[in-house]
Ligand binder design. Structure first.
Ligand SMILES: [Zn+2]
Ligand SMILES: [Zn+2]
Length: 403
């Protein structure tokens, strides 16, 4: 690749700048393939200045080999610059990008090794997992479980050792990458948990998924899951790492069962996502954009029926309670709404206000004095998987989606 001094651009590079500015992903890809374009010619401008935080452009650039560790004129990497200007989607992509070649390195014997550390057939499924932006432990176990090549002890053993090597490399290289190191270490820990469960016999990954989802009786909070994530972070082998210290400071004072969860703190640190407003995450696997609500309580949301069925053994114990909470919330919201409306209507409707109020009150108390039989009856019907029959498209209730 012919390249001139930094700052001097070839015609193709100038064209590339223009294309990035317009956000034309396909053209950018074509230009990047040209031998006259040096992908790192544009440093931070490549990601932010012209790209305006366009996720697809960022991805195309990374695929073409843009170096994310290159520090720009003010001493920041692309990810730091993107975070600085609030391009969190770009940060997520940059932080979680791991070129396939770097993994393929381990599929060839190195040095005195007779065998590669990673059997080539495992490179694809492993690469899929290490580039995921959803770090939910259930999702990681699901990804392992759905691939017969991965879901066996010997394969997982090889994979976690390779991830530990990558983690070490990230910490020891000149441009240290604590974020990627932490991610590799965390996924390696989940793999090792899978190995422990697989040792016990067939289908044991399903047992692990259940353990991760099992909630405590009072409110369904998944204690085991929280403990596993905390333990993984604590076991990070480089105790001087700033990121580790930050994580520990955020998590240690939080009692297990309270917010923030270790999962949310870790996700925020690794993906750069701040605040999960107006996006719905699957209760089972943490996947973004889940939209199917439990038709009984309307308080939990899933990707699809598979995720709902996986969670049902735990959710059925609290579904009824959640349903009551949901109904109370709906009543309160309706009450507030009618109060607001009536406040606006002045005296003319004052009679109506007095009539409506007690009705709303009885609505609540009826709920509370439900005859015991009918509560039992409902519980029965819940246990017979009633809630699984139909998932509802969100938003289920008009008030719920706004809250
Ligand atoms: Zn899901
Ligand atoms: Zn429910």
């Amino acid at each position: 690749m012919v390249h001139m001094k930094k700052g001097e651009l070839t015609q193709e590079e100038k064209d590339l700048l223009e294309v990035i500015g317009k956000g034309t992903v396909q053209e950018a890809g074509t230009l990047l393939a040209s031998k006259n374009v040096h992908v790192n010619c544009l440093d931070e401008e490549l990601f932010i200045g012209r790209g305006k935080g366009n996720k697809d452009i960022t991805w195309v650039m990374l695929e073409a080999g843009a170096e994310t560790d290159v520090v720009n004129s003010v001493g920041r990497t692309a990810a730091q610059m993107a975070a600085f200007v609030g391009q969190h989607d770009c940060v997520t992509i940059i932080n979680n990008f791991f070129p396939r070649e770097k993994l393929d390195y381990y599929t060839k014997p190195q040095g005195l090794d007779k065998e590669p550390r990673l059997p080539p057939k495992l490179a694809s499924p492993l690469h899929k997992i290490i580039t995921t932006t959803n770090l939910h432990p259930v999702k990681i176990v699901m990804l392992i479980n759905e691939n017969p090549l991965l879901a066996e002890e010997a394969a997982l053993n090889k994979c976690y050792k390779v991830m530990d090597l990558i983690c070490e490399k990230c910490m020891k290289q000149r441009d240290m990458n604590e974020v990627l190191a932490m991610k590799m270490h965390y996924i390696s820990c989940i793999f090792q948990k899978c190995i422990n469960f697989l040792k016990d016999g067939e289908n044991k990954l399903d047992t692990l998924i259940k353990s991760l989802l099992k909630g405590r009786p009072s409110d369904g909070f998944p204690i085991y899951q929280e403990k596993i994530i905390r333990e993984s972070i604590r076991k990070f082998p480089y105790c001087e790492a700033t990121l580790l210290q930050q994580l520990v400071r955020s998590i240690a004072p939080v009692e297990i069962g309270s917010d923030p969860t270790a999962f949310s703190v870790l996700t925020q640190a690794i993906t750069g996502q701040v605040g999960f407003v107006d996006v719905e995450f699957c209760t089972t696997c943490g996947e973004k954009g889940a939209s199917k609500r439990c038709s009984v309580c309307k308080m939990v949301i899933y990707c699809d029926q598979t995720c709902q069925k996986t969670h049902w053994f735990a959710h059925k114990k609290i579904c009824k309670n959640l349903k009551d909470i949901y109904e109370k919330q709906q009543l309160e919201a309706a009450k507030e709404k009618s109060e607001e409306e009536n406040n606006g209507k002045l005296d003319v409707n004052s009679n109506c206000v007095n009539e409506e109020q007690p009705e709303a009150e009885t609505g609540i108390s009826q709920e509370d004095c439900n005859p015991k039989d009918s509560v039992e009856g409902e519980r029965e019907s819940l246990q017979s998987d009633a809630g699984l029959e139909c998932l509802q498209d969100a938003p289920a209730g008009p008030q719920l989606s706004e809250e």
